[in-house]
Design a protein around this ligand. Structure first.
Ligand code: GRF
Length: 211
């Protein structure tokens, strides 16, 4: 069983490299009472990104941890881990974080780190997934929230939401419609975790019904 948090509110550590619209969707779901969690901190590898601004506007601790300030990837990750530990983070949320992790970081957060990807995995992993799907000519795409394991956008799938690809779509319009679904999918996946309703069984994630 993946633990929600028995004693107190689930503390999220959000890692983001850009716009932060998924972070915003999660904060909005918390505000509206749909998501029993708090954003304990936001960490970015980039300095001037909207994600950090969105956090600061709410008084959420927001950290810029520049990779170049550290000798190597493990040293950079050690600082990220230090902050996550210091902030008592229960669940790491990757919301457009553009860096890959070492196996040891992935191991440290196995079963308690989620990512969102703008395609129906295992199709179109990696960068520019919406364009990949559009260029391939699929008729349906969407988004996937999954636990993080080694491998690009790999890991057991928690939930997916679909989006039809329309005749008049461009990669950009498709991405916009997928983003609408991302903003529903991510808070929902985090809520299921918070409620202790996700059970990882190998590659499969079982979603328990409400008690
Ligand atoms: C989203 O499309 C997400 O699926 C991908 O990166 C993008 C982040 O967008 N992993 P935002 O920063 O949350 O607005």
């Amino acid at each position: 069983m993946v633990d929600g948090v028995a004693d107190g509110v689930l503390r999220l550590g959000v890692l983001a490299s850009g716009r932060g619209s998924n972070l915003q969707a999660i904060m909005d779901a918390i505000d509206s009472g749909e998501l029993p969690a708090v954003v304990a901190c936001v960490i970015s590898d980039r300095k001037t990104v909207q994600a950090l601004e969105r956090a600061r506007r709410r008084g959420i601790p927001a950290y810029h941890v520049p990779p170049r300030a550290y000798p190597d990837r493990p040293a950079h990750e050690a600082e990220v881990r230090r902050i996550l530990d210091e902030q008592g983070v229960d669940l790491v949320v990757l919301a457009g974080y553009m860096r890959l992790f070492t196996p040891s970081f992935i191991e440290a957060y196995r079963g308690r780190m989620m990512n969102i990807h703008p395609a129906l995995l295992p199709n179109f992993p990696g960068m520019d997934a919406q364009r990949q799907a559009w260029e391939y000519g699929v008729k349906v795409s969407g988004c996937t929230v999954h636990f993080v394991e080694e491998g690009t956008d790999a890991g057991p799938i928690i939930l997916q939401r679909t989006v039809p690809v329309l005749e008049q779509d461009t990669p950009e319009t498709l991405a916009e419609r997928i983003l609408v679904e991302e903003h529903l999918a991510f808070p929902e996946a985090v809520r299921l975790f918070a409620e202790g309703r996700l059970v990882i069984e190998g590659r499969r994630v079982k979603v328990l019904s409400r008690p």
